[in-house]
Design a protein around this ligand. Structure first.
Ligand SMILES: Cc1cc(N2CCCCCC2)n2ncc(-c3ccc(F)cc3)c2n1
Length: 258
């Protein structure tokens, strides 16, 4: 890929990662990047390892990508860690997955504090085990004043249930006289979603070659640029994230206009 540098066309494949980062930071960085982290089971299967080994490696990739996103100046990184549909998986796998937030936060929280990263979540935490909820709430409480990257975990999250919940709240407000029918519009709906305080995603990345949304942020992704890669999530690198951002920066977003 070629980029303009000081008036000259530069083949970025000849540059170091650091040089490409510096070049990328001279153009608009996507404020909000959302990632559907697929391919963990396949990664493990390719190595004749149990599925949970892929999930554990995938957790390390979350740490690596968080560091790089923070260095790039991305403001919000939303990662789809557990969907409402994932409860259908075998119990031992769910039990393992529910321990990953505890391990991640236990080991990475000090560095996130150093990096001024704020931990947030979207989804319904009430069904998560007590130890998972405890780790989450403690991390959100400890990082709530941080003003750097927002690391936003989608946990027990499903977009359709999020939208139904928003509609029920708006309907209740109309019944209670706190809203009128005229108040109900796209902005009102957006303000009743779990992501109301966040910018809409500028870039969605999905790994492992799957090309679908899987009930993820369906309302919020209306004008988001999509970037799909065959790379399995545990193999996803800083280079892959940079490539997605460079590709994003080449696109001319029209939001439906000309
Ligand atoms: C359920 C689950 C699964 C999970 N995977 C690893 C990444 C690939 C996708 C599925 C498996 N990861 N990775 C990190 C977390 C996490 C969640 C909340 C939090 F506050 C800190 C870390 C996580 N949670």
């Amino acid at each position: 890929m070629f980029k303009k540098l000081l008036g000259k066309q530069v083949n970025i494949n000849t540059l170091s990662l650091e040089e490409r980062v510096a070049l990328s930071k001279s153009e608009p960085i996507p404020a909000h990047v959302a990632i559907i982290m697929d391919g963990n089971g396949r990664w493990a299967k390719k190595r004749a390892m149990p599925r949970v080994a892929g999930h554990h490696e995938g957790m390390k990739t979350v740490r690596k990508v968080t560091r790089f996103a923070s260095d790039l100046g991305i403001q919000v990184l939303t990662v789809y860690a557990f969907s409402t549909e994932n409860w259908k998986r075998p119990k031992p796998e769910i039990d393992f997955l529910m321990r990953l937030p505890v391990e991640f936060l236990g080991s990475f929280l000090p560095e996130m504090m150093e990096r001024n990263v704020r931990v947030e979540m979207i989804g319904d935490p009430s069904l998560l085990p007590a130890h998972t909820q405890k780790a989450l709430y403690e991390a959100m409480e400890e990082t709530k004043h941080n003003t750097g990257l927002i690391l936003n975990f989608a946990l027990n999250y499903g977009s359709r249930s999020e939208m139904v919940s928003a509609m029920k709240t708006m309907l209740q407000k109309v019944q209670d006289g706190h809203l009128t029918m005229q108040d109900i519009n796209e902005e009102c709906m957006t303000s009743h979603l779990m992501t109301a305080h966040l910018p809409e995603p500028d870039l969605l990345i999905r790994t492992s070659g799957e090309v679908r949304l899987s009930n993820f942020m369906l309302w919020q992704l209306a004008y988001t640029e999509f970037w799909f890669t065959d790379t399995l999530w545990p193999d996803f690198s800083e280079e892959n994230l940079l490539e997605a951002v460079e590709n994003y920066q080449k696109r001319n977003r029209r939001y439906g206009g000309l």
